[in-house]
Design a protein around this ligand. Structure first.
Ligand code: 7PJ
Length: 285
């Protein structure tokens, strides 16, 4: 696990040069049907991305379809019309672009437009999806999800969540490698909140370093503002920043290599302070 190959970028994953990467969430929110509305949405997505760059983001994760619990699938044309203008506008922004999608047609278009990473919440489950990413050098984030967003939180159930997530991820790595995809392009995500109760999420968190050692690939973790933070703090989504920062620090401490967050500036600040203080500690012992 020396590098993660992400299109035009190649990130060291171990050794002195490696650092935890902060992936910033760029949601391209529903458009109004007028052209004016579309233009304003594009403009606000771009200025949000510029702000994230100023704040120290490492990867920008563009998403057109909400995958919050209970959300419905978005028609292909609508997803493309939300994300493609943003990809074209940002492709030379100096930071790698990731696309958060499970649709092979969106993956193909996004790769043609130059994205560096494909973040598939359904974990590259079909042959068609694998074919869409096969002949590229984009990074791939393979995430575990039980069921689909519209029903996944109705009654998540596992005999052993860690064992089942590990088995799924392992099987997907094999399928991707059989399609000729280099291991260096793959990172893994247990999928916090995707068909998991609070207990499942906590159990997966406790298993983070084993996921990494058993599967031997970098881990991406997304807990930012999720309902597990709400359940632990009793707070609604807009008030989950402090809880999300604690989760981001803890995930990094347990070996996560990429942290997917909404609050880039705050997460980068927390890491800077943590690094300096923990180095000071190690110099004194
Ligand atoms: C995740 C994601 C996550 C990865 C979303 C939200 C829901 N992709 N896309 N991991 N979550 N890889 O941000 O609350 O946890 S959308």
């Amino acid at each position: 696990m020396k590098y993660l190959q992400c299109g035009r970028y190649r990130f060291p994953m171990s050794g002195k040069q490696s650092k935890t990467l902060v992936m910033g969430v760029l949601n391209v929110t529903p458009d109004s049907f007028s052209d004016g509305g579309r233009y304003l949405k594009l403009e606000s997505a771009i200025s949000r991305a510029e702000q994230m760059i100023e704040d120290g983001v490492d990867i920008i994760d563009i998403g057109g379809e909400s995958s919050r619990p209970g959300s419905q699938a978005l028609p292909l044309d609508e997803e493309l019309s939300r994300v493609m203008p943003v990809i074209y506008a940002l492709r030379d922004c100096g930071k790698p672009l990731s696309i958060d999608t499970y649709k092979p047609q969106v993956m193909r278009e996004a790769l043609l437009a130059g994205v560096d990473m494909i973040n598939d919440i359904s974990g590259f489950r079909s042959e068609e999806v694998i074919r869409a990413v096969q002949n590229s050098d984009a990074g791939l984030c393979v995430m575990h999800m039980q069921n689909l967003p519209d029903t996944m939180q109705v009654s998540p159930a596992y005999e052993d969540v860690n064992q089942e997530v590990t088995a799924f991820l392992r099987e997907r790595i094999v399928a991707l490698e059989q399609a000729g995809i280099e291991r260096e392009r793959i990172c893994l995500d247990p999928g916090f909140g995707f068909g998991k109760t609070l207990e499942h999420n906590v159990a997966m968190f406790g298993h983070l370093s084993q996921f990494q050692s058993e599967l031997g690939l970098p881990l991406l973790v997304g807990m930012s503002r999720k309902s597990m933070i709400g359940a632990l703090t009793g707070r609604a989504a807009p008030e989950r920043l402090a809880g999300s920062l604690a989760a981001a620090l803890a995930a990094r401490q347990h070996g996560a290599k990429i942290i997917r967050v909404h609050d880039v500036a705050e997460t980068v600040d927390a890491y800077k302070v943590w690094d300096t203080l923990s180095q000071a500690f190690s110099m004194n012992v």
